[in-house]
Design a protein around this ligand. Structure first.
Ligand SMILES: *Cc1c(COP(=O)(O)O)cnc(C)c1O
Length: 345
């Protein structure tokens, strides 16, 4: 059957990286965790390397190995979760740079892979990953003597520019990294937008590369079109889908498209979301099923073969608002059943 198709605009991806890079005077890395935010780590990483990225970030060592396969030798691939028990072979064989988060990880790394690259994560207040100030004070000399590739921390509230937490974490990170010689990195997409105080020597954007907020000027990267399986006429009073949540009040033409919540189209977005036929809005009717969605096409001149869910105007953040979540979750939920097409490289 004709499958739903997710088109990934690699030209827009590269343009977003260049736009974020142009906002700072320092180096810009690229975060490609979670399979390149759901869009396919191989093509995403290769495109960003061609655009100029020399450092990449993944969440876990397995993702780092996949990125290495796509990138080949050369670019640095750092792993946020650090050096976990059992990871030494993956880290060694794929030349990954674990971002060490604790004394335990530092010891494990220096013992199992002496002389191998590493970086350090400090906790500046988010309490998620990284060494606490006291732990860092005790380990600092040992760690710095081994020449870390960079030292980083992560902002909890960077998408809220006025939040007092930003300045608080900036002060904590600045204090903990005084007089270090290696590059320092505090900012993801949101931090880049907070301005030069937050940039240090290295930034690491993710969501902005993929067209998501808080980088409002981003170009849309993901476009999703869903095939229509069947179209039918409803008389007033007839209903659509599970639970009879929507009933026709006038003669209505309903198209059933082949995708659903198993493909990452969250059920919760149904009542507030439309599909698009060119510039014409076609509202979802009734509940989103696992694999199927009913769409009102009464006002179209023809029965459409495909309807669009993600477009330049209806972005991952539009869908996120309708579903009560964030663009990150919409992107990383996009399912494995879509045929992924890459355009505009
Ligand atoms: C995911 C992540 C990033 C990228 O964040 P975005 O908000 O997607 O730009 C950077 N640093 C860390 C530690 C992360 O977990």
């Amino acid at each position: 059957m004709t499958t739903a198709s997710l088109t990934i605009d690699l030209g827009a991806l590269a343009a977003n990286w260049k736009a974020l890079d142009a906002m700072t005077r320092c180096e810009t890395a690229a975060v490609v965790k979670a399979n390149g935010y759901g869009l396919g780590v191989a093509r995403v990483a290769q495109t960003l390397a061609t655009a100029g990225a020399r450092r990449f970030f993944t969440a876990v060592a397995e993702e780092g190995a996949a990125a290495r396969k796509a990138l080949g030798p050369g670019p640095e691939i750092a792993v946020f979760s650090g050096h976990m028990a059992g990871d030494a072979d993956l880290i060694g064989q794929n030349d990954l740079t674990p971002v060490l988060n604790s004394a335990d990880q530092l010891v494990r790394h220096l013992e199992s892979l002496p002389g191998h690259a590493f970086a350090i994560q400090l906790d500046s207040g988010m309490n998620r990953l990284g060494m606490e100030p006291a732990e860092w004070a005790a380990l600092r000399d040992i760690a710095l003597a081994q020449g870390p590739s960079f030292i980083m921390s992560h902002l909890a509230c960077a998408d809220a520019p006025d939040h007092a937490m930003n300045a608080q974490q900036l002060a904590a990170f600045t204090e903990m990294t005084q007089d270090v010689e290696c590059p320092r990195s505090l900012s993801a997409t949101g931090g880049i937008l907070l301005g030069p105080d937050y940039h240090f020597e290295l930034t690491r954007p993710g969501i902005g590369l993929y067209g998501g907020l808080p980088f409002a000027a981003a170009q849309a990267v993901a476009h999703l079109s869903l095939p229509v399986i069947q179209t039918r006429e409803l008389a007033p009073g007839e209903t659509v889908g599970y639970g009879n949540t929507w009933a026709a009040t006038a003669p209505t033409r309903i198209a059933t498209v082949a995708a659903g919540y198993a493909d990452g189209i969250h059920r919760a977005m149904g009542p507030k979301t439309s599909l698009w036929h060119g510039g014409v809005e076609c509202p979802i009717r009734g509940r989103i099923s696992m694999d199927l969605i009913g769409v009102d096409v009464s006002h179209l001149d023809e029965d459409p073969q495909m309807l669009d869910l993600l477009t330049a105007n209806q972005t991952v953040d539009t869908l996120a608002d309708a579903a009560g979540t964030i663009g990150y979750e919409i992107l990383t939920s996009l399912g494995g059943r879509y045929s992924r097409r890459y355009a505009g490289a």
